[in-house]
Design a protein around this ligand. Structure first.
Ligand code: IPM
Ligand code: MG
Length: 372
């Protein structure tokens, strides 16, 4: 190659380098994130992609070292990145802190600051793990659903205060949704449904809540634009029940912030282990934050026994949704499936706990199973 072409090649490679902000957080966060990075490095080798990692402090560790759960420099790192990989935050050490000094406040803050209004949580039952669930295998058969949760509105972000009432102290949390917030998340869910089985369940509490009535009206108003998608309105209490009774009848569920928080934990349990579930938090563009659905699991932190699969599958989601690297995304998912099919299990999903393998061993097996 002559100098000119070498230069062009160099620019091409550099511009394709994807910047990933890594915020490992607390508890098992750093352990599972380390395995996800191993997997990403292997995909550089196999598929020729290039990643640059920049690490930031977040959560409890940031409270300890910087006096705030979300330091400005961490936010800067995230804002400059193409995607964020997050481990987990929180732990008993910070549980009694005031609101500003709680790791969860950092999590809500980063979602808001990065405009991540849409949280996508797939719950897929792996055939070979059907026995790990508390539900009967025949109920779980064929379960493959996605919860699309609104992430920056509702009661989480409405005005909150305490006041002195006639009968003593009162606490107030307000739930607010405007039509723009509802429309953008519902549109995204319709688009997700269009790429899947074209069924959308919109979950609300329209028999009681005004925000839910606006939600339902908005869904009905824009539904004709997605006439290939069949919409069903489900009340949240009924949805909680149907998820246990006939989970396989759901495909895409769209709902507001708090209902989505609750239903996505319920959906997670269908799969047997919350240690398997990945999630994406997205805004308007391709930028996204990817994290396992599970928490920081302080009880097992530092022991090298956590299941890294949820974080590794979150990388697959990042590759697919932010970078459009479908080949590497599928390769990761296939590698995970093959390792599980071969019988390898971390403690959380092992039937025979004495045969369980550790975090690093699981990561290494998945790396070894990766193929182009
Ligand atoms: C989640 C978590 C958070 C939420 C908490 C930790 C603030 O439960 O991501 O689902 O409620 O959104
Ligand atoms: Mg939750």
């Amino acid at each position: 190659m002559d100098n000119y072409n070498l230069h062009v090649e160099w620019i091409r490679t550099m511009s394709e380098t994807k910047k990933i902000a890594v915020i490992a957080g607390d508890g098992i966060g750093p352990e599972v994130v380390a395995e996800a990075i191993k997997v990403m490095k292997k995909t550089e080798e196999l598929f020729g992609y290039k990643f640059e990692f920049e690490h930031g402090l977040f959560g409890g560790i940031a409270i300890d070292e910087k006096g705030t759960p979300l330091p400005q420099e961490t936010l800067d790192i995230c804002q400059k990145a193409d995607a964020v990989l997050l481990g987990a935050v929180g732990g008993p050490k910070w549980d009694n802190n005031s609101k500003e000094l709680r790791p969860e406040t950092g999590l809500l803050g980063i979602r808001k600051a990065l405009g991540l209004f849409s949280n996508i949580r797939p719950a897929v039952v792996f055939d070979c793990l059907k026995d790990a669930s508390t539900l009967k295998p025949e109920v779980l058969e064929g379960t493959d659903l996605i919860v699309v949760r609104e992430l920056t509105g509702g009661i989480y972000f409405g005005e909150k205060f305490r006041r002195e009432g006639a009968q003593g102290e009162e606490a107030v949390d307000t739930c607010v949704y405007n039509v723009t917030e509802i429309e953008r998340i519902v549109r995204q869910a319709f688009e997700v449904a269009q790429k899947r089985s074209k069924r959308l369940a919109s979950v609300d509490k329209a028999n009681v809540l005004e925000t839910s009535r606006l939600w339902r009206e908005t869904v009905n108003r824009i539904a004709p634009e997605y006439s290939d998608v069949e919409v069903e309105h489900v009340l949240v209490d009924n949805c909680a029940m149907q998820l246990l009774r006939r989970p396989s009848s759901f495909d895409v569920i769209v709902t507001e912030n708090m209902f989505g928080d609750i239903l996505s934990d319920e959906a997670a349990m269908l799969t047997g282990s919350i240690g398997m579930l990945s999630s994406a938090s997205l805004g308007e563009g391709s930028f996204g934050l990817y994290e396992p659905v599970h928490g920081s699991a302080p009880d097992i932190a530092g022991q090298g026994i956590a299941n890294p699969i949820a974080t590794i599958l979150s990388v697959a989601l990042m590759f697919r949704l932010t970078f459009g690297y479908e080949d590497a995304a599928t390769a990761i998912e296939t590698a995970v499936k093959n390792v599980l099919d071969a019988g390898h299990r971390t403690g959380d999903i092992a039937v025979d706990k004495s045969k369980a393998i550790g975090t690093g061993a699981m990561g290494d097996l998945i790396v070894a199973a990766l193929r182009n």
